[in-house]
Design a protein around this ligand. Structure first.
Ligand code: NAI
Length: 253
């Protein structure tokens, strides 16, 4: 079986992904800031917002890694800079460290969001952020631009998507594919947390045209596909898994 790293393995999409991978016989190494209910072959407790801790975990994992699934993320209800640090900077930092453990045939699949759908409207700004190669440089860029960033969650997801598309050209030279998915509303503990602050109607307004939220299980198939050998020629793709919402937006804009 493949040796696979799954972040956010304690809850929601990451927990479901780890569960299905383990059932398929993969050797799953889970990463999260806290322990969850999912039993993975290996587990590391780590705050993805802490680059020193991320470096230590990557070193502890060691050996060969075949696929990385970046599922961890902070909810939009959290503080702006913390979200930017975890959902973009830390996620990217981990991906680069884990990629160093991959050979040709490796794959990195990140859960972005259709909250980051409008990255094209900020392309130049996002490419400027993505050009900041180190965690520290990314952090000082974010501090300089903090005032201009209105929605930290959307901006972090836009950056993750643009990083995936942009860096896919670089990683493929080493035989490593980079792709992401952009889910719509997924029924997970994160969404329950959001619903405490945002009316359910606002969330369900964005479930057009399918008319219902996604179950976490429905996000797993697209993630596994992008990470599998069946997707060996799929690179630099942002796959919408949102019941068709992004199709409507694309035709409207
Ligand atoms: P969740 O809250 O159920 O799971 C997220 C996991 O990430 C948790 O176990 C949490 O402990 C972990 N995590 C958060 N911050 C961390 C940190 N600093 N270090 C290590 N681990 C950390 O959420 P869900 O819904 O499963 O989210 C998974 C991904 O899907 C996230 O990236 C989220 O932004 C994205 N997403 C979720 C949507 C939804 O409606 N639920 C919609 C679109 C995207």
């Amino acid at each position: 079986g493949k040796r696979v790293v799954v972040t956010g393995c304690a809850s929601g999409i990451g927990a479901q992904t780890a569960r299905v991978l383990a059932a398929q016989g993969a050797h799953v190494i889970g990463l999260d800031q806290r322990r969850g209910e999912e039993a993975t072959a290996g587990f590391f407790e780590v705050d993805l917002g802490d680059p020193v801790a991320v470096d230590a975990v990557a070193e502890a994992i060691g050996g060969r890694v075949d696929v990385l699934f970046n599922c961890a993320g902070m909810a939009p209800t959290q503080a702006k800079m913390a979200i930017l640090k975890v959902n973009y900077l830390g996620t990217r930092h981990l991906a680069e460290r884990i990629a160093a453990l991959m050979g040709a045939g490796g794959a990195i699949v990140s859960v972005s969001s259709n909250g980051g759908l409008r990255w094209r409207t900020r392309r130049a700004t996002l490419l400027d952020l993505v050009a900041q190669a180190s965690f520290a440089d990314g952090m000082s860029w974010l501090k300089r631009h903090e005032g201009e960033i209105v929605n930290g969650y959307a901006f972090a997801k836009e950056a993750l998507t643009v990083w995936t598309l942009h860096e896919s050209a670089r990683f493929i030279k080493r035989g490593i594919r980079l792709n992401c998915t952009s889910p719509g509303a997924v029924q997970t503990p994160m969404l329950s947390e959001i619903e405490e602050k945002i009316p359910a109607a606002a969330i369900d307004g964005a479930t057009d045209p399918i008319g219902r939220r996604s179950e976490a299980e429905e996000q797993v198939g697209p993630l596994l596909f992008l990470g599998s050998d069946a997707a060996s020629y799929v690179n630099g793709v942002d796959l919408s898994v949102d019941g068709g919402y992004s199709a409507i937006v694309a035709l409207r804009e």
